[in-house]
Design a protein around this ligand. Structure first.
Ligand SMILES: [Zn+2]
Length: 295
């Protein structure tokens, strides 16, 4: 199966003449997230990388998403299942949410998916208990090592691990940073922490590192941004909030998420210090291309 994945990766890279350009102009990106729907945080950047820069975006999803049943009332009628029942959700939700994720991924231009199917149990802020007792940490680490080795990525996107965030988001970020840290320093992607404006802005503004996890410390340079409200199209009446809202709409099992549809938002990326200072300039250049490349 993984040989097949590699073939798909290699063939799609070879098929794109743009991919031969400098990596910051057509970057290869791996997004590491905990739940199906987390990827919406990076919606406009992923769209621009895939569709305007000729780059690529793959996604590694850590959990199976079975815990996202609490607000599935409206979606139950669509899928013909009482998805608010935890037992029904455990059986059916992982496959349904993968389809929702991939429907949104088609919009953003996500190329490949790696599903790690760890238990989506327990909403807590304690990422260390998730890593110690809920997920198979060794398995996830080995899979991330494999994907990173084979994918030849230029950048890895994670959620900025702010303390009041869901523990799964923080745990996925920690595992991704640790996986990149295990790679050869001269041949590894730059790993970034991302967060969109409009959610917990005051906490994000104060973030320097997640307590107990110095590997998450960020440089104060930045953030490097893409404004979803960047206008284009006839009379400048279109913008990239449309992309984020389209992706949200695909996650029909996530009822309350639909209320996050917005007409503004800036996707922001910070550089973790473990990358080294060289990563700052490269990230600045990549995000400048995301912002400015003609569509
Ligand atoms: Zn999530």
């Amino acid at each position: 199966m993984y040989r097949l994945l590699l073939l798909v990766l290699v063939s799609s890279v070879c098929a794109s003449p743009v991919a031969a350009q400098m990596s910051n102009q057509s970057p290869k990106i791996l997004v590491v997230t905990a739940h199906p729907d987390d990827e919406v945080m990076f919606a406009a950047t992923m769209y621009r990388v895939s569709h305007a820069l000729g780059g690529s975006v793959d996604l590694a999803l850590v959990t199976d998403g079975a815990g996202g049943y609490r607000f599935s009332t409206l979606a139950g009628a669509i899928y013909g299942l009482d998805l608010t029942d935890p037992e029904t959700a455990r059986t059916h939700l992982p496959a349904i949410r993968k389809r929702e994720l991939m429907a949104g991924g088609l919009i953003a231009g996500i190329r490949n998916y790696m599903f790690l199917d760890q238990p989506d149990l327990g909403k807590t802020e304690d990422q260390d208990s998730i890593l110690a007792f809920v997920w198979d940490r060794k398995f996830v680490a080995e899979r991330l090592d494999y994907f990173l080795d084979k994918g030849d990525y230029d950048f890895v996107f994670t959620h900025l691990p702010i303390k009041p965030f869901h523990s799964h988001h923080k745990a996925a970020t920690i595992l991704a940073i640790q996986a990149v840290s295990r790679m050869d320093k001269n041949d590894r992607p730059i790993i970034l922490g991302g967060f969109v404006t409009g959610m917990m802005d005051d906490v994000v503004a104060k973030f320097t590192e997640l307590e107990g996890h110095p590997e998450t410390r960020i440089f104060k340079d930045g953030p490097f941004t893409f404004d979803r409200s960047t206008p284009f199209g006839q009379d400048g009446r279109l913008n990239y909030n449309i992309i984020a809202n389209w992706m949200i709409a695909e996650h029909k099992t996530q009822g309350t998420m639909q209320l996050f549809m917005r007409t503004e938002g800036v996707e922001r990326y910070w550089v973790y210090q473990m990358n080294g200072r060289d990563a700052i300039g490269k990230t600045r250049e990549m995000m400048k291309n995301v912002q400015e490349a003609p569509f």
